[in-house]
Design a binder for this molecule. Structure first.
Ligand SMILES: Cc1cc2nc3c(=O)[nH]c(=O)nc-3n(C[C@H](O)[C@H](O)[C@H](O)COP(=O)(O)OP(=O)(O)OC[C@H]3O[C@@H](n4cnc5c(N)ncnc54)[C@H](O)[C@@H]3O)c2cc1C
Length: 470
């Protein structure tokens, strides 16, 4: 009996249709977009079968069957990942979680929401805000594309993370289908429990390699009553970063602090930016909390920078999710990508200088710019945007990523802040984790002895063959 037939006995939505297999073989990884545009083969990423189970029991049954038969299983949600994480590089089953999209429970009193892992981000926010006057507060630029399970699997961060935290802070508990077909729950029993190691966080950021998330209990917040916004122009990035550091040190957590270098300031705000590095600030929530936060930010930034019109914040709000430029760049023969890294305050300013500089030195690079996108009491995330045009895009791409990862590690930074590892950073993870990578390998071997879960990712060894890229 074929794999598809055997799968159909345990799950719904099993398909071998060419269009379904082709769809399941792509995400938003920019290099793969270039391959497609150039009609190059690129990495093999076609599954043999797609399955779209309708409940957690079916998900678990698919994993049990695939473990027994040694078939790779790559989970996917919205396929909005930008690191090739959901590409089924060793074939097998592409597991579509999109049908697990119910909002199961809203406990307004405890501010906890239970939701299926396949729920789309925008759909969840619309339901929560319209019917319950609640928000999760997770606003990734990909809110319209991504799912709750994908947020969790990639350890994502939204644009308002300084107030609401990243997904790691938002998840209270998980239901997870394990490779052997069992279903487990982590957390779910109250806040900040001391019941051994935090098993929920084991799966946050595991990118479908340790288990498949089927349901999540998320922390929620009342829909904000009020909003405050302001903008300033700093003469350089390091001055702006220092102001952000001092804001966080005072205990203020404005939802958004975004500081652009001169080139990005011009790109986003045109002549309104002048020659400055623009910082936009925004907060939302309870009126008194927001007013106090605004006063602290204004006091610190006002003493170090020139005020700008808050229309700049409105402009950002209107355009922040527009990604139409990417398709145009690919059509123009460019490779455009972004890389988010994080570092403690003691290293951030140096890295904001050294990372784009390292990229500009590589032949074929046309531009490398930076903005600081997420800020915390202990450090910040730097978001590097880079573009290149060369006869050998693959070789240039590997060189720029190698340079970025090396520069970040040498500065003591983290090689990803919210996009995750996927294929792109896989071969850098062993160095980034050091001896702790062996712990991750042991966990993988214990939880998934047949190695079926998203093989070829996170730089983990795979029984299905050598790494497929680069
Ligand atoms: C234009 C654009 C802007 C973006 N902006 C942001 C941003 O602001 N912040 C941010 O954090 N990210 C951002 N991203 C990246 C991406 O949207 C996130 O990583 C998102 O969380 C992925 O969710 P998804 O449902 O699309 O996951 P997919 O792309 O389908 O999968 C991503 C990874 O998660 C695994 N996975 C998916 N669902 C499950 C599950 N239920 N159980 C186990 N593993 C699973 C997959 O196997 C894969 O490894 C952006 C992407 C794009 C294209």
């Amino acid at each position: 009996m074929s794999l598809a037939r055997r799968l159909s006995e345990v799950a719904e939505g099993v398909s071998e249709a060419g269009a379904d297999l082709a769809d399941a073989g792509v995400d938003w990884w920019p290099l793969a977009m270039v391959w497609r545009h150039n009609q190059q083969g690129g990495v093999r990423a076609r599954p043999d079968v797609v399955a779209r189970p309708t409940d957690a029991t079916q998900v678990a049954a698919v994993l049990s069957l695939c473990s027994t038969e040694r078939v790779p299983v790559t989970a996917f949600g919205g396929r909005s990942g930008v690191c090739g994480g959901s590409l089924p590089v060793h074939g097998g089953v592409a597991l579509d979680l999109g049908a697990l999209d119910s909002l199961e429970d809203v406990d307004d009193h405890s501010l906890l929401v239970t939701v299926g892992a396949g729920m789309n981000g925008r759909a969840l926010e619309d339901r929560l805000q319209d019917s319950h006057q609640l928000t999760i507060g997770h606003w990734p630029q990909s809110i319209d594309l991504a799912t709750v399970g994908g947020w969790i699997a990639c350890r994502g961060a939204g644009q308002y993370s300084t107030r609401y935290g990243t997904v790691a802070d938002m998840v209270e508990g998980l239901e997870v289908a394990m490779a052997d077909g069992s279903l487990i729950r982590t957390g779910w029993r109250g806040p900040r429990s001391a019941t051994g190691p935090d098993l929920t966080q084991l799966f946050v950021g595991s990118e479908g390699t340790l288990g498949v998330v089927t349901k999540a209990r998320m922390r929620a917040h009342p829909v904000p009553q009020t909003r405050w916004k302001a903008a300033w122009g700093f003469s350089d990035v390091s001055g702006g970063l220092d102001a952000c550091r001092r804001v966080l040190r005072r205990g203020a957590t404005p939802a958004v602090l975004r500081l652009y270098d001169e080139r990005e300031s011009r790109r986003h705000f045109g002549d309104d930016a002048g020659d400055d590095c623009v910082l936009i600030a925004l907060d939302e929530g309870d009126e008194e909390v927001v007013a106090t936060t605004g006063r602290i930010v204004s006091e610190i930034c006002g003493a170090a920078a020139t005020p700008k019109s808050d229309a700049l914040v409105d402009h950002w709000l209107e355009t922040r999710n527009d990604v139409s430029g990417l398709g145009k760049a690919v059509d123009a023969g460019l490779v455009v990508d972004t890389c988010e890294i994080a570092a403690p305050w003691s290293a951030v300013a140096g890295l904001a200088e050294s990372a784009p500089t390292a990229l500009r030195q590589i032949e074929g690079t046309l531009a490398a710019t930076v903005h600081a996108s997420h800020h915390y009491s202990d450090g910040a995330c730097l978001y590097i945007t880079f573009a290149g045009k060369t006869e050998q895009p693959d070789r240039w791409y590997v060189a720029v990523w190698d340079a970025l990862m090396r520069t970040t590690l040498e500065a003591g930074g983290a090689i990803s802040h919210h996009h995750g590892i996927g294929l792109v950073r896989g071969r850098h993870l062993p160095e980034a984790l050091g001896p702790a990578f062996d712990v991750l390998k042991s966990l993988k071997a214990t939880l998934d002895p047949a190695g079926i879960l998203n093989p070829g990712k996170l730089g983990l060894p795979s029984p299905f063959g050598d790494p497929v890229w680069p």
